[in-house]
Write a protein that binds this ligand. Structure first.
Ligand code: ARG
Length: 613
């Protein structure tokens, strides 16, 4: 009886918490990972999981994410990128088929030209919207995870809330502490008193639970990050909703399953997991012991009984019919390359590099929707432009990005070049603070800024420069797995195409930038649309274009300038833009503005050919 009363009060408290504390559902695209820290700092912050004492219950109650509503507030019908569909329909309407997830396309004579008949449970104009199984509030105070059998979801309750829908609770009944742990009530809260050798919130971590080497083989039970955040289930709706399907994204998904235990499926340095902060999806390394540090031998860590079998290859429940499994955007990106007759050549004139625009096959490292850690060789044309005051002996500092287009030529933004500075270019590396064996470093012999380069208080026009590198017998960069040129395009691309931006620039977490090269996907935005008064107004000219997401979130930022915006066609990457300017970063209706490479093709040709090298 008392418990019921208490629950009622808590329930009222949740309802009465002011509406403005609700996280903005739209602010969901997080460009970068949560920590720019290297391994040292991470280890330094490591707290023993054995010492931690947390107030589970209050954490959960105060977490506005778990609103108990049961209402279907179907906000994704209001899609800020719908404008794209309105301004650029595919030329042949139904060929290629614009309908995703096995949707059937029907040509229509009228304005919208085609209609997609979607296979259940997909919806949307192009059947791009997945099943809305995990409606807000359906799992009360718990995590909604997707399963492959009816009803295609399950609620993983945060203790002490109880299944099936995590709306009622009982503290310590049933006992949430595993392995003989004792549940001790503490007012509204509870704690597990674990038997000797056991640890973790629920005594779920056994004495020999540790990882060997980089933890790829780790199959233990730790499900907390080094900062004490609880891991999300790998099949959590929250992850999938942000465009990441761990089961199809990572190289080695063997250890993943419908559980929330730490794993290392992508060759990182130790087991990690996704976690959630408000509406943000983040990842962090886990609070797992390293067997060699602890002097413990890993044992076969017994796993708690497995929940219902997941689908073998995907966390997303398959639609009833037909095969094949619907492709996620990620799957599409990894489809085998289309054979192509046209083999593009790098830039113009002498071709010292045998190819351009062909990266190393990717080992998938995607973590955060909108911001990904680049894997070795995936963007081999990206360079870091570093500078120091002329004739000084100071350390060179990263100031901008740049793009390798030929052995001795780099494209960068005009505004990155300053007469009073010496510059060098570093390529083939991913980390700014460690020198990597794959790196190649060159002095800049000549910088050619565009003759019509112009800066105004709000915009930068003709923001392009060529850097000629110091050569040895006419050769500068050597083509390797990690150093390759991007291809120059022949002509413009359609609005709405998805392209890649990259750089070491500022992130949401760090104004100083990221130590590891990051990449993000952006869409090419129609010039008229971007010139609307609510966006940039009339300042845009032909030397620039906008790319990004009008709803905000994913964007380039300070320190990314001069770096590439490349678009892939027939498995070849072409350089279409250079990061130039923008009104702050990641703001709604303020996308990034990029120097338009197709506008400068003749300029690039004339400068690179006129030069002795
Ligand atoms: N000017 C910046 C730089 O020097 C790039 C800014 C890009 N801004 C944006 N919102 N995309 O690095």
């Amino acid at each position: 009886m008392n418990l019921k009363l208490l629950f009622f009060c808590l329930f009222l408290a949740v309802i009465l918490i002011p509406a403005q504390t609700k996280p903005d559902k739209r602010k969901k695209h997080h460009r970068h990972r949560d920590h720019g820290n290297g391994p040292q700092e991470i280890r330094g912050r490591k707290r023993g999981r054995h010492e931690r004492r947390r107030q589970l219950f209050k954490d959960i109650i105060n977490d506005m994410f778990f609103g108990i509503s049961g209402e279907d507030d179907d906000d994704d019908d209001d899609d800020p990128s719908e404008w794209l569909f309105d301004i650029q329909e595919p030329a042949g309407q139904c060929d290629p088929n614009p309908c995703q997830n096995n949707g059937v396309c029907k040509e229509k004579g009228k304005k919208r030209k085609f209609k997609c008949d979607c296979q259940k449970p997909f919806r949307g104009r192009r059947c791009e919207k997945g099943p809305k199984i995990c409606k807000k509030g359906i799992c009360g105070r718990g995590e909604c995870v997707l399963t492959s059998t009816q009803p295609y979801f399950e609620c993983k309750c945060k203790h002490p809330f109880q299944p099936p829908r995590c709306t009622t609770y009982t503290t310590c009944e049933p006992n949430p502490c595993m392995n003989g742990g004792e549940c001790i009530k503490d007012g509204d809260d509870f704690d597990c008193n674990c038997p000797e050798g056991f640890s973790g919130r629920f005594c779920n971590v056994g004495p020999n639970d540790c990882y060997e080497d980089d933890g790829e083989s780790y199959r233990g039970n730790v499900s907390e990050t080094i900062d004490g955040d609880e891991c999300l289930y790998w099949n959590s709706h929250f992850i999938l909703e942000r465009g990441i399907d761990p089961f199809n994204t990572f190289e080695d998904s063997d250890g993943l399953g419908p559980h929330n235990r730490c794993r290392n499926p992508d060759g990182d340095m130790s087991p990690w997991c996704f976690y959630r902060r408000g509406q943000k999806l983040l990842w962090n390394y886990c609070d797992v012991d390293d067997c060699s540090e602890e002097g413990i031998a890993p044992s076969d860590v017994p796993s708690p009984p497995a929940p219902p079998a997941p689908s073998a290859t995907s966390a997303i429940p398959k639609p009833p019919t037909p095969e094949p499994t619907p492709a996620t955007p990620d799957q599409e990106a990894t489809e085998p390359p289309q054979p192509s007759d046209a083999s593009p050549t790098p830039a113009f004139s002498e071709t010292r590099f045998s190819t351009c625009g062909k990266p190393q096959p990717k080992t998938r490292l995607s973590r955060i929707y909108g911001g990904l850690k680049v894997s070795p060789g995936a963007l081999p044309w990206q360079v870091s432009l570093q500078a120091r005051p002329k004739r000084s002996t100071q350390k060179y500092k990263h100031i901008c990005g740049g793009v390798l287009i030929e052995s001795c030529w780099i494209l960068t933004a005009g505004h990155c070049v300053h007469k009073q500075e010496d510059m060098k270019v570093v390529m083939g590396g991913l980390s700014l603070d460690t020198s990597e064996p794959t790196e190649q470093i060159f002095d800049v012999e000549e910088a050619i800024v565009h003759e019509n380069y112009k800066e105004t208080p709000v915009s930068v026009h003709n923001d392009i420069a060529l850097l000629r590198l110091e050569d040895t017998d006419g050769v500068c960069a050597n083509e390797t797995q990690f150093v390759k040129a991007a291809c120059l395009p022949d002509g413009p691309l359609d609005d709405g195409e998805e392209c890649t931006i990259s750089g070491w620039g500022a992130t949401e977490e760090s104004d100083y930038g990221s130590n590891h090269l990051l990449e993000a996907k952006v869409l090419l935005i129609n010039q008229e649309k971007c010139s609307e008064s609510s966006i940039y107004g009339p300042v845009l000219d032909d030397s620039m274009f906008c790319a990004g997401h009008l709803q905000g979130g994913v964007d380039s930022c300070q320190g990314d300038s001069g770096g590439p915006l490349t678009c892939e066609q027939s498995s070849t990457h072409f350089i279409y833009g250079l990061v130039s300017w923008g009104d702050q970063c990641g703001k709604k209706n303020k996308p990034g503005v990029y120097a338009r490479i197709t506008h400068f093709l003749d300029w690039i040709k004339s400068k690179t050919q006129a030069s002795p090298k």
